[in-house]
Write a protein that binds this ligand. Structure first.
Ligand SMILES: [Ca+2]
Ligand SMILES: [Ca+2]
Length: 205
């Protein structure tokens, strides 16, 4: 009888531990969408047009060609074969914007998610001339794209940086990235976009 009770306790403890591990490591989030801009990936994205914006994002490999701005490789592979998107600087066109729409009919099962992406914003001339990168995580159609939920301005150094936005959005939506040109050396690049669904308990890894 005592042996049976011990075995029962052991089973209960195992189930509790396994359940905890399952929740922590498997059930906490689900990937809704990812985009690394590589050939063969099922990432969907499209450019916006005038009058909503003034120019287009460029899909690129290696250095942008700007002597004082832009990454030298993508973030996914860190080499000149990897793809990323960037807005090219133009000294005569400060303030112009380009909007890139990511994903089609994205949806968060409980209306809560995490948007993670990498960005590169550097002006080797100085910190002030670089433009703005804005993210609209819950675009649901129409001309009015609303207020950005995330913005970076000025030079952030010659490196890819990770951004993570925890937010709520109900119904179907798309994610918009808007690059706005600064003065001279203001290339703005993005790569490895990931949307996670916080459907179970609001946590993620
Ligand atoms: Ca455009
Ligand atoms: Ca990439």
């Amino acid at each position: 009888m005592l042996l049976f009770v011990k075995q029962l306790y052991a089973i209960i403890i195992f189930v509790l531990l396994f359940s905890s591990w399952l929740i922590e490591n498997v059930l906490c989030y689900e990937q809704v969408f990812s985009c690394d801009f590589e050939t063969g990936s099922n990432c969907t994205f499209k450019q916006w047009y005038y009058p909503s914006d003034n120019f287009d994002w460029t899909q690129w490999q290696g250095s942008t060609g700007g002597a004082y701005s832009g990454p030298s490789s993508d973030h996914t592979y860190g080499n000149i074969s990897g793809n990323y998107m960037y807005t090219q600087s133009n000294a005569d066109k400060r303030g112009e914007n380009a909007i890139l729409q990511i994903g089609e009919k994205l949806k968060l099962s409980a209306g809560r998610g995490v948007l993670r992406f990498y960005y590169h914003m550097e002006d080797r001339d100085g910190p002030d001339s670089l433009g703005d990168l804005k993210v609209y995580g819950c675009y649901q159609g129409g001309r009015n794209i609303g207020e950005p939920m995330w913005t970076r301005s000025k030079s952030q150094g010659d490196k890819w940086l990770m951004a993570e936005i925890v937010y709520e959005c109900r119904g179907e939506f798309q994610v918009l990235f808007e690059g706005i040109r600064g003065t001279r050396d203001s290339d703005i690049a993005i790569d490895d976009i990931l949307l996670l669904d916080l459907s179970i308990d609001g946590r993620y890894i």
